[in-house]
Structure formats: C-alpha cells, structure tokens
Design a protein around this ligand. Structure first.
Ligand code: DAH
Length: 338
C-alpha cells in the first residue's frame, strides 16, 4: 500500500495543468467523496497494525500534497487570467468603484444652491481666528457673559488666538473689506470645547448668511427664510421666536412647522410639530460701526445654522458621531445623492 501511495504522491507532484477544467478534474479524482483519498482511508482499517503508522503518515502526506497543489494551480490560473486581461488592450478596463459624497457636503451644497438663486455669493475665512473677529467685533467685548455660550478652544495659552466658535467671524472679515450692498454665505467648520456625544461634537459645520443694503427690513429676513425652508424642506410655515444674540438686534430663533403626520414627526418635534433650525436677526448697529459701515445709512440681516442639524432633519440621522466616523456602511448610503 505504501508503494501505491508513493506513486500517487509522485503523480501529484508531476501534475501541472493550468486550465480550470483540468484542475477541477484533478480535485475530483483525489479529494472528492468518491476520490482516491477517501478509498484509501477506507482501506486503512485493513492495514496490519505494525504498518499503520507509516501508511497513515504517507496518506496524510498525499492528502496535503494534493490540496496544496490545487491551491497553487488555482492561484496561478487566476494570475494568468489577470495577465491576459492586462495585455489585451482592446478589452474594457477594470471597473473602479464609485465613491459617494459625504452627507454634510450634500446638504451644504443644497443650501448654497438655494441661496445662490437669490443673489448670495460665497465667502470664507480662517478656522484659526483672533478674538476681534470671533468675539469683540461681534459685540461681545471682553468679560461679556454671552461668551460663555460658546466654550472656546484657545491656541497655545494665547487668549487672542482661538479656533473659531462660529462662522459669524466671516461676517466681520467680509465687511472690513467690502462696501455694501452685499449678500454672502459662509459655510465652514467651527470648534467648541464640548464633550462628544450623540448630540454634540467638538467640531461641526455651520453656514452663515449676511445681507447688508439700504433699507433692509425684518420683513425681508422673514421672506428670505421662508423661501429657504420651502426650497429645502418643502415647508413654508415658519415662526420667529424672540431670542438673544449679541450681534443682532432684534434676534430670533427660527422654527419651521414640520407637521404631525407620523410617529417620527411626533418624536422629532416632541409633539409640537415645530422644529428649531437656526438663529437670525437684524445686524446690531454696534457691529456695523465696528467695521466702519454707517448704521444710519445701511441695515441688514444675518442668520446662522448648523449643517449637521439640518442633515439630521433631512435624513433622520440622530447621532452626530456617525458623520465623522468614516464608516463606509454609513457613507455608502448616500451614493445616489448629488
Ligand atoms: N453664531 C450663532 C451660533 O453659533 C448663530 C447665529 C445666530 C448667527 C444669529 C447669526 C445670527 O448670524 O444672526 O450659535
């Protein structure tokens, strides 16, 4: 029996066919249920006990050799296939997987599109800011209690250099360098010293809007916002709730009427039907003075919203961490979106 096995081992070693069909025939011959190895193992019980050790070893050797051979030939044939494809330049190229836009970018672009249609253009500013642009010029002088509303990351113990806590800083930069009238939109990252949870993050995105001209009124602000919510959410019913921001007077919180048509609506709006989407107001005359624009001549409105929050409403994603974990299973869901 040993000799027979040795011969088979040699046969395995000689076998060198590359075609898939022949490799499969070889596998059937040796390793299938009705193959040689199974027969040999079945005969094994008839082997005299003093030969069992040697025959057993030889059998295992044969089995291993056959399995390794098949594996090696299969890999080789795969490689040959790739080589053939590479060398044949008339064949179409290999498909490359298509990526998806990040949901934050999708929402940002949609918001930009909507405001571009009514004459807003883009403007941006640095993420590392100074105190003047992030706070003081926005009517938040030193020791103003409203500074506590936004926990700030300072850069290197220097209280004058910080990571901007909102995109309102871009308003100041723009107004310092341009004469009204203008309408600008400023998307970007902002940073706050907050613990990361489902609801808050130390980095997120905002979009700031600013419109300065002669005789801009609160009614213009309301019309603009109503146009915006209709375009983005398909919802035109909004309300402006009195609020406080140092850089606007009067200030308001904008709620959009989402409705109460489903269980989700009830949950999202806590049973009220209303959802808060942003802050806004008429630019405070002090802010205009800080950038040498005459508040007697010009007026305007500003607004600011968090992009994650808007995306949350559009896609019903209620954990902000998902946006930043780069989990492909999450990101791939946005493949069909523009
Ligand atoms: N900067 C505010 C924040 O981060 C948002 C904001 C509110 C911006 C009112 C504005 C505004 O321009 O008028 O919470």
């Amino acid at each position: 029996m040993i000799e027979k096995i040795q011969k088979l081992i040699e046969e395995v070693a000689r076998f060198n066919q590359q075609e898939e069909k022949q490799i499969e025939e070889f596998r059937l011959k040796f390793l299938s249920k009705k193959g040689i190895l199974n027969d040999l193992f079945a005969d094994f019980k008839n082997v005299p006990s003093e030969e069992k050790k040697d025959v057993g070893q030889a059998l295992n050797q044969l089995k291993q050799a056959a399995a390794e051979k098949i594996e090696a030939l299969k890999n080789q044939s795969k490689e040959n296939e790739v080589q053939r494809n590479v060398q044949d330049y008339t064949k179409p190229g290999l498909p490359s997987p298509v990526g998806a836009r990040h949901p934050i970018n999708i929402v940002k672009n949609r918001i930009i599109e909507i405001f571009k249609r009514i004459g807003f253009s883009l403007s941006d500013g640095p993420e590392i800011e100074d105190d003047w642009h992030n706070f003081t010029a926005l009517n938040l002088p030193d020791y103003h209690p409203a500074r506590d509303m936004q926990d700030t990351f300072f850069v290197q113990q220097n209280p004058d250099v910080l990571l901007r806590t909102h995109t309102s800083s871009v308003q100041i930069r723009y107004m310092e360098n341009h004469q009204p009238p203008f309408r600008i939109l400023s998307p970007g990252r902002v940073y706050r010293n907050e613990a990361i949870s489902a609801r808050s993050h130390c980095m997120f995105h905002q979009i700031e809007g600013l419109y300065i001209d002669k005789e801009v009124s609160f009614a213009d602000l309301k019309q603009t916002l109503q146009y915006f919510t209709t375009e983005l959410f398909g919802k035109s019913k909004i309300r402006l709730r009195p609020s406080y921001f140092p850089f606007t007077e009067p200030s308001a919180e904008v709620d959009v009427y989402w409705g109460l048509n489903s269980e989700t609506d009830y949950r999202m709006t806590k049973g009220t039907g209303w959802l808060e989407i942003m802050g806004c107001g008429m630019v405070d005359p002090n802010v205009l003075k800080n950038v040498s624009i005459n508040p007697e001549e010009y007026s305007g409105f500003a607004f600011g919203m968090g992009i994650e929050r808007i995306a949350l409403l559009l896609y019903q994603i209620d954990d902000i961490r998902l946006y930043f974990e780069n989990d492909l299973r999450f990101l791939q869901q946005f493949q069909s979106e523009r």
